[in-house]
Design a protein around this ligand. Structure first.
Ligand code: SF4
Length: 330
């Protein structure tokens, strides 16, 4: 068995915050005991509602914030401490695409200079080689030198995200974390940027962690999918199979609400109850207040991820073979 490009083992992250301006301090567990791996050239899609811990997971995988527990390995080596030479070398191979391209760019700097920045920081190539690389990167995202001479404010949202992508690719990374990279774009532009990412991944052999609340986009780009709810993975599997046979009641509701050819709106499963709130995690199965199949057991026992078949992991008491543990202080 080959070493995964990215291996995440039992990571957790808890934040301390106040409940209200003068409220008492509380602990909010954003990510709870998460494990997964991504093979080279694979795209793992992480999907879930706001507050499910998707973005915190992406930041921990890149080493932008440390997990309280657990570990992240890249190409078999642990993520190095920020600021060290080892971390700098790892970061050249691991890049992030953020949701807001305008926020990720400097409005006062021509975009060609911004694409060039990572090459300057990592001291890659001569001046002429860096200029040539910027030209090549602009072309790789279907832009040209005239776009490079402009400032971010003079570009459309889709063009800005292409610039962010070109800059992320400057150091020839192996791994991209894309955190809601198209959710701020018009739907027609979203498809173009997602298709560009798929094309670049195939051409460059990239490994990707793609985070989105939009199942339609996750379905288009992912080879494997992790569905998150309140900091935990509730279902994990091969993308095509998971969308064809969702087994967790939360995944079933998400899939039923996602537009697909031949799917009737009358078959939609409507989720009731409050959306996930990490500051008020329900006991037992965190999804039980919204689950139409919930039983008394679900309110007191946490379902563990189990594998009903070799291609799938599901955390639900209803799924054959599921085990559980008594709800504890976590
Ligand atoms: Fe629903 Fe219970 Fe399964 Fe949770 S464990 S998803 S509440 S049936």
């Amino acid at each position: 068995m080959t070493t995964p490009q990215v291996e995440v083992q039992a990571i957790s992250r808890t934040y301390r915050m106040r409940s209200g301006l003068f409220g008492r301090p509380i602990s909010v567990r954003a990510v709870d005991n998460l494990s997964f791996s991504i093979q080279k050239g694979e795209t793992l899609g992480i999907v879930g509602e706001s507050g499910s811990g998707k973005s915190t997971t992406g930041r921990m995988v890149l080493g932008l914030e440390p997990p309280d527990q657990g570990s992240v390995h890249f190409d078999g080596a642990p993520i190095a401490a920020p600021g060290t030479a080892a971390w700098c070398a790892q970061r050249a191979r691991m890049q992030m695409i953020f949701q807001d391209p305008l926020g990720a760019l400097d409005r006062r700097l021509a975009v060609a200079a911004q694409i060039r920045e990572p090459l300057d920081i990592h001291n890659i190539g001569t001046k002429a080689e860096r200029d040539a690389r910027v030209h090549e990167l602009l072309r790789s995202v279907d832009l040209n030198d005239s776009h490079g001479a402009r400032y971010p404010g003079a570009l459309s949202g889709g063009q800005r995200q292409r610039i962010v992508l070109a800059r992320a690719l400057a150091t020839k990374p192996d791994f991209l974390v894309c955190d809601e990279p198209v959710s701020a774009l018009d739907v027609s532009i979203q498809a173009q940027v997602v298709n560009l990412l798929i094309d670049l991944q195939a051409r460059l052999g990239l490994t990707m962690l793609f985070i989105s609340h939009d199942l339609r986009v996750i379905r288009q780009i992912s080879s494997k999918v992790a569905v998150m709810y309140l900091g935990r993975i509730v279902e994990f599997g091969d993308a095509d199979d998971l969308f064809a046979r969702p087994q967790h009641p939360y995944t079933q509701a998400l899939v039923s609400a996602s537009p697909a050819p031949g799917r009737r709106s009358s078959n939609r499963i409507v989720l009731t109850g409050d959306p996930p709130n990490p500051a008020a995690r329900p006991s037992g199965c965190a999804f039980h207040p919204r689950c139409r199949h919930a039983t008394a057991r679900c309110a007191v026992e946490v379902p563990q991820l189990t594998a009903p078949d070799p291609q799938r992991q599901v955390a639900c008491h209803l799924v054959a073979g599921a085990s559980s543990q008594a709800q504890d202080a976590a």
